[in-house]
Ligand binder design. Structure first.
Ligand code: PLP
Length: 407
């Protein structure tokens, strides 16, 4: 069987929409186009009923007690902003200390940076070389001023799964609000807000085969009831937590995506895990000097992040242009910065620059995995053949010990 090019292996960035999701959404663009906030006629009632049903489906998916705990947003960036800034503002009279980790998404880091400018004190906890936070490190960082802890369920670069249940035990004992950015992990690793004592959780549809531009923030309503200061002023939608006309087709699609994951996730994850392991095995069997970034066991089934020593990730990406992956370098400035996540895990700059993130998903096939593995192996060999450093390494020269002349 021939594979169709290009091949998509960047499922952490976004996912294609499941055709069943699209089909569910379509009537809400035309036939049932009403504004869910229109209380005076059947167009509004139909839209509202669809939104309320969706709330229940999404709540069930994450183990929430009620659909009332779901606040719809434009995506996880907004959910993260609302959780961090909204909780900080509401609880600031109790203290101004917030704890998070060095590997969170920018939506968390930048929200914290803004709060720091307003006088909040932010602690960024380190993670181990495997990308996983030690809950005892978190416990030790808590002070009597700590009001909020934010830790992601799974990292978007290396797939490292964090000990959310253990952290939830600590934060609930200490009566500190606990936010989880569950974007990458939900549906792929166990996540249950009740069982894990999570107070706030961000999720987004486009990472689980739903549409882009729709997300949710779970806000606990009991034991304890969590309050937020809204960040968007307007009509007071979403119980005053987030004003703005709801994206009804998006919300209906989001719920359908959750429902599919809920029912088919277990089987699907097993299949993806096998494919991911197949890709990794093929690469490591054929190539020396590769490094798996992130914990081997506590990692997303869909994630493979590998450093190919002596190869520039960017060069490798250009060499495999028909395969969509991402590299450990971020084009955030004029120069290529190595990923802050990989650096936080102790990788040196060279290895961080040589990393590639493969993200597999629902529509990945075995043929695609084999094609990608063969292509990557071939191109890494070509690039290494051109590398004087690799040649020196093969001759047994310790590259790190070389003092390069500076002119
Ligand atoms: N948090 C994590 C961990 C993510 O991976 C992403 C998306 O890349 C986001 C938040 C932002 O989500 P959205 O694209 O819905 O704004």
């Amino acid at each position: 069987m021939t594979v169709k090019l290009p091949i998509y292996m960047d499922y952490h960035a976004t996912t294609p929409m499941d055709p069943r999701v699209l089909k569910t959404m379509l009537p809400y663009f035309n036939d049932s186009f009403g504004n869910a906030a229109s209380r005076t006629h059947s167009f509004g009632w139909t839209a509202d009923a669809a939104v309320e049903k969706s709330r229940e489906t999404i709540a069930e998916f994450i183990g929430a007690k009620s659909g009332k705990e779901i606040v719809f947003t434009s995506g996880a960036t907004e959910s993260d902003n609302l959780a961090i800034k909204g909780a900080a503002e509401y609880y600031q009279s109790r203290g101004k200390h917030i704890i998070t980790t060095v590997i969170e998404h920018k939506a968390i880091h930048d929200s914290c940076k803004r709060l720091a400018k307003q006088g909040f004190d932010i602690t960024y906890l380190p993670v181990g070389e495997n990308g996983v936070l030690d809950p005892e490190v978190l416990r030790a960082a808590i002070t009597d001023q700590t009001i909020l802890v934010s830790v992601m369920l799974a990292n978007n670069e290396v797939g490292a799964i964090q000990p959310i249940a253990e952290i939830g035990k600590i934060t609930s004992e200490k009566k500190i609000v606990f936010h989880v950015d569950a974007v990458q992990g939900v549906g792929k690793t166990p996540f249950n807000v009740e069982e894990m004592n999570v107070d706030l959780a961000s999720i987004t549809a486009h990472k689980i085969y739903g549409p882009k531009g729709v997300g949710a923030l779970y806000v606990r309503r009991s034991k304890p009831r969590i309050r937020l200061v809204a960040q968007m002023d307007g009509g007071g939608h979403e119980r005053g937590n987030r004003s703005g006309t709801l994206n009804v087709p998006g919300i209906v699609g989001f719920a359908k995506a959750c429902e599919i994951m809920h029912h088919e996730g277990a089987e699907e994850n097993e299949r993806i895990l096998k494919l991911r392991n197949r890709l990794h095995a093929k690469i490591t069997d054929a190539l020396d000097e590769t490094k798996l970034n992130g914990d081997e066991k506590k990692r997303l089934i869909s994630n493979l992040n590998v450093s190919f020593a002596f190869v520039e990730g960017e060069a490798l990406m250009m060499a495999i242009k028909d395969v969509a992956v991402s590299s450990g370098s971020a084009c955030t400035s004029a120069s290529l910065e190595p990923s802050y996540v990989l650096r936080a895990m102790g990788l040196d700059e060279d290895l961080a620059h040589s990393s590639i993130r493969f993200g597999l998903g629902r529509f990945t096939t075995e043929e695609e995995v084999d094609y990608v593995a063969d292509l990557v192996i071939k191109k890494v060999k070509v690039l290494r053949d051109m590398s004087p450093l690799y040649e020196m390494f093969q001759e047994g020269i310790d590259i790190k010990s070389i003092e390069w002349a500076a002119h």
